[in-house]
Write a protein that binds this ligand. Structure first.
Ligand SMILES: Nc1ncnc2c1ncn2[C@@H]1O[C@H](COP(=O)(O)OP(=O)(O)OP(=O)(O)O)[C@@H](O)[C@H]1O
Length: 511
């Protein structure tokens, strides 16, 4: 059932140089086609070869039809290689050269959690893409159209699928240069092999589809993503970033947790949109078990469920900048997807995360340890320029912008508005460089730097800080530049206060 090679941490790939890859460069490359061909293993097919493979595109070979055209199952001769042949719709087609440039870019993307493009055909006005055939159907089928002879997916399998999908997305966001925005991540685009190892399909196709190319057509549902999965900023204004993908990922994760569709018009009005239904529940961990897919029959650990919901709730935050990096989501899910003897996931080392918001949210759902909270002393809650804002905040998931209370990972009552400590968060570890002096030295200790206080003083500070936080929370105003989380757990004793600065890269838009 579980295919560990797929779920292993992706090999750290050397950052591609401009000449080597330009992995998702979607404009024609400077170098010529011969050079491009050498860089990919893509095969060129004639239309006749693909017609033969698909029995002349016979109905019985039709797998389905999506926004880009029809997809047929085929068998290549003479190898017997089973493929999925995507026949692109003709309107908005690219010229041959432009098409090839796009396809070569896609051909260079190679990861165990992405459906592999094996070749293409540009014959006359025909444009076809040939992919490895993925045997097990889509996540959509498994979750929402289960076969009676198939056992419902268990919790660990769900978390492994989420982890694998996160790895595929992390590859697109973080391992290829420049990053690729998926644009249309959804359960039907997560294909599963026989071992339920997930493979993302349909990435990078937007420039080959309708609405692009020489003949522009009006915006289609394809370009606008899929309702229920699209991030609010995208549906509102088309502003697409890597964080829009993180939102869509959060919706898929919610589907895995709840067994509900992203959009289900058969449900009562207030339950049709999965995110809208889930948002009020995020703030109340006691209700999480009610969120879980009933077919799971409560066969999951409470901590695993809480942490999975915490991750999903962070991903689907309204404010894009407060969503986590997919790399942090991936790390968190790597722990949730491990089966342990007692079924309780291993505690995630906080130093694994590039951005501390993930660590914080998970800590609050992990009763086995003290969370490393990021807390501000209100008196010192100004940025270095004293304005209360910090340009780096805009680049961080710990955004300084006000957040819609409904859309937070509502597990903490923490004010992120603070003068940033000079602490760098690198990929591997956090290190302290130097500190701003805060009014309260006890609060200026950096992440994983020992706090030099006796216990009684620390406890007193905790109490004061807790009451101050409650005050801050209850007096939040519209122009408050803070991110709040509601602490419902009541395990205040476990709270330890630290302050960090998270250095994360800016979102990169594709175009
Ligand atoms: N590589 C593949 N292996 C097996 N089945 C595939 C493959 N690619 C696509 N399919 C199947 O072909 C059908 C059409 O896929 P396609 O990706 O074109 O559309 P979709 O995902 O249903 O919709 P959309 O275009 O909106 O994403 C789906 O049932 C999909 O599961």
């Amino acid at each position: 059932m579980h295919c560990f090679p797929c779920f292993s941490t992706p090999k750290s790939k050397k950052s591609p140089t401009a000449n080597e890859t330009n992995a998702n460069e979607t404009r024609p490359h400077a170098h010529d086609e011969a050079e491009q061909s050498e860089e990919t293993t893509l095969k060129t097919f004639t239309f006749r070869e693909l017609a033969t493979a698909t029995k002349n595109f016979r109905q019985e070979c039709l797998l389905g039809e999506g926004g880009f055209g029809r997809v047929y199952k085929g068998t290549l001769q003479p190898t017997g290689h089973v493929v999925a042949v995507k026949q692109l719709d003709k309107h908005g087609l690219h010229g041959n050269k432009e098409f090839q440039a796009e396809v070569f870019s896609l051909g260079r993307l190679d990861h165990p959690n992405l459906v592999k493009l094996v070749g293409y055909c540009a014959d006359g006005d025909q444009r076809l893409l040939v992919y490895d055939y993925v045997t097990g159907g889509s996540l959509q089928d498994h979750l929402h159209e289960p076969k009676s002879d198939r056992e419902p997916m268990d919790w660990t399998t769900r978390m492994q699928i989420a982890y694998g999908a996160a790895q595929g997305l992390d590859y697109l966001h973080d391992k290829v240069n420049p990053p690729v925005i998926y644009r249309d991540l959804k359960a039907s685009n997560v294909l599963l092999d026989d071992d339920l190892c997930p493979k993302l399909s349909d990435f990078g196709l937007h420039k080959l589809g309708p609405g692009t190319g020489d003949k522009m057509v009006s915006l289609t549902s394809r370009v606008m993503g899929t309702y229920g999965y699209s991030a609010p900023e995208y549906t509102r204004g088309g502003n697409l970033t890597l964080k829009s993908d993180v939102y869509s990922f959060g919706v898929v994760l919610l589907e895995l947790i709840t067994g509900r569709r992203a959009l289900d018009t058969t449900r009562p009005n207030d339950e049709q949109n999965l995110v809208s239904w889930a948002q009020p529940l995020f703030g109340d961990p006691k209700k999480y078990p009610e969120m879980a897919d009933p077919v799971l029959e409560n066969k999951f650990s409470e901590r695993g469920l809480n942490q999975a919901v915490a991750i999903a709730s962070m991903c689907v935050q309204e404010e894009a900048t407060t969503r986590p990096l997919i790399s942090d989501v991936m790390v968190a899910l790597s722990f949730l997807s491990m089966s342990t003897e007692d079924g309780v996931p291993t505690t995630v080392p906080t130093s694994s995360f590039r951005d501390k918001s993930m660590s914080i949210a998970l800590s609050r759902h992990d009763s086995s340890r003290s969370p490393e909270l990021v807390v501000e002393d209100e008196k010192s809650s100004t940025s270095s320029d004293g304005s209360g804002s910090n340009s780096e905040e805009d680049r961080s998931s710990l955004s300084s912008k006000p957040v819609d209370e409904k859309n937070q990972a509502q597990s903490l009552k923490i004010n992120y508005r603070y003068s940033w400590e000079e602490v760098e968060v690198s990929d591997e570890k956090l290190s302290s460089k130097s500190s701003h002096k805060s009014n309260d030295e006890s609060l200026s200790s950096c992440y994983d730097v020992d706090v030099d206080h006796d216990d009684s003083l620390r406890n007193k500070e905790k109490e004061e800080e807790q009451s101050r936080l409650e005050h801050i929370h209850s007096s939040k105003t519209d122009d408050d530049q803070s991110v709040y989380f509601d602490d419902e757990s009541g395990d205040d004793d476990e709270v330890s206060f630290h302050r960090i600065k998270s250095e994360v890269g800016s979102d990169t838009t594709e175009d």
